[in-house]
Write a protein that binds this ligand. Structure first.
Ligand code: ZN
Length: 198
């Protein structure tokens, strides 16, 4: 049942397609925007227009920015660590940056290998990773701890063999602040395997 005019319904439909928003939240958001037309709706619309015109994907690493190469790739201080962190998605890159992992560079794969979904090596940014791998002393495979993520990590490790670059992956184990009793068996056994000296 339509609650507003065509333009309002279209706005609700589009917002409802955003991650984390369903039709109900989208309706609330649109109502809020309409009530705050001057202070929020018009600036949001202008910001969207500007972003549409400016956003681009970095030709080197796959990050999104308003320039290519992106700000991270263009930052000369990030060459010194020699560390390249491989992630599945731009969201993972942003999460690592928020965590302040240091002066590193990134490579965004754009997904993981998944034969069931028809995603093969050619669908991911793996050739470009192999191509730039020689510029770094260590490559960290920061893919998700899922079956597909680990399959992808193995495939990439094979492809990087013989290039003389150290390949590592993130530790799997007890989360910071985590209680052992609440962990699943897979995490606990991985944590024991990956134990470190104090
Ligand atoms: Zn970049």
């Amino acid at each position: 049942m339509a609650t507003g005019g065509l333009e309002i319904e279209q706005l609700i439909m589009l917002l409802a397609r955003l991650p984390g928003l369903g039709p109900r939240s989208a309706r609330r958001a649109v109502l809020h925007l309409i009530k705050k037309k001057e202070g929020l709706m018009i600036p949001l619309s202008a910001a969207l227009d500007r972003a549409v015109a400016a956003v681009t994907v970095c030709e080197v690493c796959g990050n999104v920015d308003t320039r290519s190469p992106c700000g991270i790739c263009a930052d000369p201080r990030r060459n010194e660590s020699g560390l390249l962190i491989v992630v599945e998605d731009v969201a993972d890159l942003w999460a690592l940056e928020r965590a302040g992992v240091g002066a590193v560079k990134y490579h965004v794969l754009g997904g993981v290998l998944s034969p069931l979904d028809g995603v093969g090596p050619d669908d991911l940014a793996i050739d470009s990773l192999v191509h730039r791998a020689g510029e770094f002393s260590e490559i960290v495979l920061a893919v998700n701890a899922t079956v597909e993520g680990q399959t992808t990590a193995h495939y990439i490790t094979d492809r990087l063999q013989g290039l003389g670059v150290r390949v590592t992956r993130l530790a799997h184990g007890v989360p910071v602040g985590g209680e052992l009793d609440y962990l699943d068996e897979g995490t606990l056994s991985q944590a024991l395997k990956a134990r470190t000296a104090i």
